[in-house]
Write a protein that binds this ligand. Structure first.
Ligand SMILES: [Zn+2]
Length: 370
């Protein structure tokens, strides 16, 4: 009896470990569709619209690398949750490496899949211009009284820190995320709301500071931004399901930890001897185990930007506002210095008010004290 109970406990705890959802995107999307018929309708059209776009744009190639402006809302209660600028920058760097395939662990991609591993040709920056056209760090820090945030019910992190215009920026909220998930995202459609963006737990963001193994290499954000650009999980959220991408093999379910290669050859009634692509960013394996997107996933992401996130194709938000650049470029020059009687004088004269006349017509009163 005791032995049976013990076995049962082991089975239950294994189930609980495996049942831990890395990602809440499927859940939040279903919830949003239930609550909002407009969103449900828009989302129901996405796969057809995407297939049509891909069909009508064979061999599509962007003329330049797409750069996505990011605003990171750090919503914190404790000092630990108020993660450092360095930690934020480490995540931006990882996104750039993973989406340009300059990640150092690209060498771990099995050779069978090297030819379909993609440089997605998308880059990310911390926004340099805010919605008012002013210079910004792209980091918005907001203090909260909330111990943690859930995806829905009560005050959400998106209530605590309002989004920047969702058409123009990728909003990423970093907070103490409850419910046992590492992050979640809103997949695109023609209906973009003010909750559009990505949420990541502060202990899974970047690869330094507060991060916790085995989710300490910034791949939660790589995965969630993949959802934000319309990627689905590689197992298609079903037993041998469809992830809408043809070059990712079918697999029975998600993978955890870091399996050996090949895992599950010929599963789902296929002759695929390489088995699951568990090192794909859209599986659930440990951060250190992930290393690729495929060409098929790249095409789907580019279709998503062209169909639903077109402002990402043409903007200046990754550079310092031009007004600031102009004022720096046109540094005004001193023409002459006048004393209080209006007579030209030497600017080294001390302890008396002097008037500096500049070439742009401006006048400044200065006193050199000695
Ligand atoms: Zn996911």
């Amino acid at each position: 009896m005791t032995k049976q109970l013990f076995t049962l406990l082991i089975v239950c705890s294994t189930f609980l470990i495996n049942a831990q959802e890395r990602c809440g995107t499927v859940m939040i999307t279903e919830q949003m569709m239930l609550n909002n018929p407009e969103y449900a309708l828009a989302r129901s059209k996405v796969n057809t619209q995407t297939k049509e776009w891909i069909k009508s744009h064979p061999n599509h190639k962007e003329e330049t690398i797409i750069s996505i402006p990011v605003v990171v809302h750090v919503v914190w209660k404790t000092n630990t949750q108020n993660i450092s600028n360095a930690q934020i920058q480490s995540q931006i760097d990882i996104l750039n490496q993973d989406y340009r395939r300059t990640n150092i662990d690209a060498i771990n991609t099995p050779s069978a899949w090297n030819s379909i591993a993609a440089d997605v040709e998308i880059e990310f920056c911390l926004a340099q211009t805010d919605p008012n056209g002013n210079p910004t760090t792209g980091i918005n820090r907001v203090q909260t009284n909330a111990d943690q945030f859930l995806m829905w019910g009560g005050t959400t992190v998106k209530d605590e820190a309002s989004a920047w215009p969702n058409d123009d920026y990728l909003n990423i909220w970093v907070c103490n995320l409850g419910g046992g998930i590492l992050g979640y995202a809103t997949p695109p459609s023609n209906w973009i709301s003010n909750v559009d963006g990505v949420v990541i737990g502060y202990n899974y963001f970047g690869n330094t500071g507060t991060v916790q193994a085995p989710y300490n290499k910034g791949r939660t954000a790589t995965h969630e931004v993949g959802h934000w650009l319309n990627l689905e999980h590689v197992w298609g959220d079903n037993n041998c399901g469809n992830d809408q991408v043809s070059d990712t093999p079918k697999q029975e379910q998600e993978n955890y930890s870091c399996p050996g290669f090949p895992k599950n050859p010929n599963s789902c009634n296929t002759t695929n001897s390489n088995g699951d692509m568990f090192m794909n960013y859209m599986d659930y394996t440990n951060d250190a185990c992930m290393n690729l997107f495929t060409n098929g996933q790249k095409t789907r992401m580019l279709a998503a930007i062209n169909n639903y996130r077109q402002n990402m194709l043409n903007h200046n938000l990754c550079s310092v506002p031009t007004s600031i650049l102009n004022s720096n470029a046109k540094r005004k020059e001193l023409i002459r210095v006048l004393n209080i009687l209006g007579k030209e004088t030497n600017k080294s004269k001390t302890n008396t008010p002097l008037f500096y006349i500049f070439d742009d017509g401006s006048v400044e009163k200065r006193i050199i004290i000695e």
